[in-house]
Design a binder for this molecule. Structure first.
Ligand code: C2O
Length: 357
């Protein structure tokens, strides 16, 4: 029997009225805006901000590591009544994908994964997350580092591992719910199904570069292939991920989460489950690399069309809490130029671009 995905009325996603649109039976509802400004303001660019430079995590200086640790320490210390706390950052991610958010009258919860909102929604999420950390640090030059997992030459302390400073149990960057086989010296497995593997380091390096080439270059040759299926108001779940979303993005989540996490956690918490993944600080370094690879993909297009030309895509809006804890809504069209968002990525080698050809 053929089954089709239930569709809603269609149209762009309207900005959710947080926290009121949350289904309170779920566990990831958010507190009221911290500073209590009524209404949701429309996001505007801030051209006077300094440019924030996102650097490869394995090249961070001692000072930059200390700043990052301080930021997460402060974020963890915020009370749960503050929507900017790390717990509430986790909840916000959960809200947008774990059956938490229903628009009035909608039959199905909002889902930002498995479709064309994956890239822009996470760019928004990281943007506000980074600005919150900058606010807590009193430093508007603060930028998230990126975990450079697509670069086999990234060495700190070993190629392609999670940088070691995320593994110091006394650090705010540490998360106890991780796969023991995602700890250095283990190399990232972009084709992981979670847990440990007996693939050799040499095998992994070749496999990773091939996979990255396939998803980024060969398979993602059009915006539709790279971004994924349309998702319109009221649809049941995402229609299908772009070439990049499941692999390597999703496989890395599975690789980092602890397959043996015990109750009250679920197997593959934290990184391997939508509900808890954004509680692990490495989530943000992972997604900074996803965001960087989206930028690189755009450059590889060499002037060809770089996003789906559909008004339901570009006019969709999502709500977030800004660096002051106020609600703000952002249009997908406002995510498409990182220069206007005042950040950029330090370059790093991309051997996968040609796959050695
Ligand atoms: Cu919302 Cu890496 O997932």
């Amino acid at each position: 029997e053929a089954t089709t995905r239930p569709r809603g009325p269609g149209g762009p996603m309207p900005a959710a009225n947080l926290p009121e649109d949350c289904n309170t039976l779920e566990r990831c509802c958010m507190p009221k805006p911290y500073t209590g400004t009524p209404g949701i303001r429309q996001f505007e660019y801030e051209p006077n901000l300094p440019i924030r430079v996102r650097r490869p995590a394995h090249l961070l200086t001692k000072k930059e590591i200390a700043r990052l640790e301080k930021g997460y320490k402060l974020m963890r210390a915020l009370p749960d009544t503050d929507p900017r706390s790390l717990l509430n950052q986790m909840n916000l991610h959960c809200l947008y994908c774990d059956n938490g958010l229903y628009f009035k009258g909608a039959d199905y919860p909002l889902e930002v994964h498995n479709g064309w909102f994956f890239l822009p929604w996470h760019r928004m999420f990281l943007y506000f997350h980074e600005r919150i950390l900058g606010e807590l640090l009193g430093d508007d030059t603060f930028a998230l580092p990126y975990w450079n997992w697509d670069n086999p030459e990234a060495t700190e302390p070993l190629p392609n591992a999670i940088p070691s400073f995320y593994w110091n149990p006394n650090s705010s960057l540490y998360d106890p719910n991780r796969n023991i086989c995602s700890r250095p010296p283990f190399i990232v497995d972009l084709d992981s199904i979670g847990g440990c593997t007996n693939k050799t380091a040499d095998f992994l390096r070749v496999q990773n570069t091939r996979l990255q080439y396939t998803q980024m270059v060969l398979g993602g040759d059009t915006p539709a292939l790279f971004y994924g299926m349309p998702y319109r108001l009221g649809d049941f779940g995402g229609g299908g991920p772009g070439t990049f979303e499941d692999q390597p993005h999703g496989t890395i989540h599975a690789w980092v989460g602890d397959p043996n996490a015990e109750a009250p956690f679920r197997p593959f918490d934290d990184m391997g489950n939508f509900g808890r993944s954004a509680f692990d600080p490495v989530f943000y370094a992972h997604h900074a690399n996803v965001d960087r690879l989206w930028c690189l993909w755009t450059h590889l297009r060499g002037g060809k069309r770089t996003y789906p030309m559909d008004s339901d895509f570009v006019t969709s809006q999502f709500s977030f809490y800004d660096h002051k804890g106020n609600l703000v809504k952002m249009n997908v069209s406002q995510t498409l130029d990182t220069d206007l968002l005042r950040y950029k990525f330090e370059d790093s080698p991309t051997p996968w671009e040609t796959n050695g050809v």
